[in-house]
Design a protein around this ligand. Structure first.
Ligand code: ADP
Ligand code: TYD
Length: 205
């Protein structure tokens, strides 16, 4: 069995990642392709524990540095415990968010500095990177109206529109500087968006 493939989905909160991941996993199921779906932060017992701390609305006193290190700690665990072994065993691994989230949210929007974040991303992953990353780009206004329709907000989603706008800018900057990141117009119907993503994945899946 050859090496599998590692695909990540990124974007501001409510951009449609989960929806697109559902379309992709349905496609893989229909075609009998062995795959594994994960989310960050989380995906391991240790990582899900860290996720609960990170997203808990009661943790109002969390410093930006604590937040950054907790995301990286959860990542170090999932990369070594789950992602690398699965990709090496030939699986298609799909992750809802990965280190580009840290670059956009903590590095850019929280202003912790892109160099520090890149260094921590690299430490946490041991240099392991996605083969391809889809950035679903929509405006914060559109994402908000989708999220309001969905219901409750977590601690980070509560930071508001201006924060989401900065996160979006951070992502667009990352996409401009990386051939790994494919920017997708997320404002169209889920079906059209999915068709574009599947076309980009030819040769990967
Ligand atoms: P995320 O995982 O990025 O937070 P979701 O996939 O959960 O986003 O989508 C957020 C909300 O927007 C959901 O209620 C979903 O049904 C809706 N939604 C997702 N994609 C689209 C789309 N292309 N057009 C309109 N609404 C969408
Ligand atoms: P999640 O429920 O996965 O949000 P969504 O459904 O929008 O993907 O919550 C994850 C939150 O954590 C989300 O607001 C993005 C944020 N986040 C960071 O700030 N940095 C990170 O490194 C990661 C992975 C997520």
């Amino acid at each position: 069995m050859g090496r599998g493939c590692f695909i990540t989905f990124e974007g501001i909160d409510g951009c449609g990642k989960s929806t697109q991941i559902r379309y992709l996993t349905s496609y893989l199921e229909e075609h009998g392709r062995d795959h594994l779906l994960l989310r960050e932060p989380g995906g391991t017992v240790i990582g899900e524990g860290i996720r609960n701390i990170l997203l808990d609305k009661k943790n109002t006193g969390m410093t930006a540095m604590t937040e950054l290190l907790l995301f990286e700690a959860a990542r170090a665990q999932i990369v070594s415990e789950v992602i690398i072994p699965a990709v090496e065993s030939g699986k298609i691994v799909i992750c809802d968010r990965f280190f580009d989230s840290t670059s956009a949210y903590q590095g850019f929007a929280r202003n912790m500095g892109s160099e520090v974040v890149e260094e921590l991303n690299s430490l946490a992953t041991g240099g392991f990177e996605p083969d391809i990353t889809f950035l679903l780009d929509i405006s914060p206004e559109e994402a908000l109206s989708r999220r309001v329709a969905r219901g409750d907000e977590d601690r980070i989603e509560k930071l508001g529109m201006e924060f989401q706008e900065k996160v979006r800018e951070g992502y667009l900057e990352l996409a401009r500087n990386s051939s790994r990141i494919v920017k997708i117009d997320g404002t169209r119907s889920p079906e059209d968006t999915s068709a574009e993503i599947l076309a980009c994945l030819e040769g990967y899946i």
